[in-house]
Design a protein around this ligand. Sequence first.
Ligand SMILES: C[S@@+](CC[C@H](N)C(=O)[O-])C[C@H]1O[C@@H](n2cnc3c(N)ncnc32)[C@H](O)[C@@H]1O
Length: 315
Amino acid sequence: MSQSLVHSTVLLNEAVDALQIKPDGIYVDGTFGRGGHSRLILEKLGAQGRLIALDKDPMAIAEARGISDARFQIVHCGFERLSEVLVELGIDKVDGVLLDLGVSSPQLDDAQRGFSFRFDAPLDMRMDTSRGETAAQWLATVDEGLLAEVISNYGEERFARKIARALVTSRQGSPILTTRHLSEIVAQNVHSHEPGKNPATRTFQAIRIYINRELEELESVLPQCMGSLTIGGRMAVISFHSLEDRIVKRFMRDMAQGDKLPRNLPIRAADIPQAKLRLVGKAVHPSVQELKINPRARSAVLRVAEYTGGQHHGR
Ligand SMILES: C[S@@+](CC[C@H](N)C(=O)[O-])C[C@H]1O[C@@H](n2cnc3c(N)ncnc32)[C@H](O)[C@@H]1O
């Protein structure tokens, strides 16, 4: 692997420690990437332990195939298939699930993947290059209203309408096939300057999130993580922007909330349904030391929760 396509694992010890690895436990790394978290989990597992890793990206799968360890299995699929995969593997419950969301550095730094405005490359942006529509294909036909909505909602971009109008007008002349073409049109239509931030940052993030269905898949996997845990098992989720973190935070908070019964009900504490999750500590951010080595970790937030075995459904 070229040095520039290495991934610096974010919150490595914090996330793996949070799982409280039991030597003979079964764990899931739902986002293998380049395997930083997976390798540390394997180090902590004993001979009877097991680690199932998933990733959508064929390049991540190729890397994982290089790990020759009988305790380790890699599956090429989206983590929204977690429950199905566990059934297929004959696994009923697991002791912990880790999700390190978003894109890896190799995805961002490989010009050909088309994720970044730093290079001129075909506008692809798919994490799973074996299926689905590329960003260029989507931009060729998307309705202007939907495009504006995506850029506004997923990019939190003030100039979403203007950018969407400009993209639709421009594609009538020539299709938007490259990262450079896209970033130039966006830059011409963003009239604010955020220091240190390329004007195309928000639009690229928005299109990437949409193309890869990132938020839908996150919404779908969280209950599956919880449902697959043994009592005392933990889920640890690292997110990289506020849209993801909001989903994780709300899910964990809602599932950790006991019944809000009216006071003075003649009911014993033991009869009150217990919440399904217990929050473990507060949100964890990378240390100053980690940020010095890896500035890309700056927006990372780790949240951890433990399955209690309770039956309360949350709100
Ligand atoms: C931040 S990287 C993970 C890095 C990894 N923890 C490491 O230490 O190398 C995120 C990875 O998750 C994958 N990914 C993102 N969304 C996914 C999904 N819905 N299902 C499966 N993999 C996904 C990406 O392809 C990428 O390889």
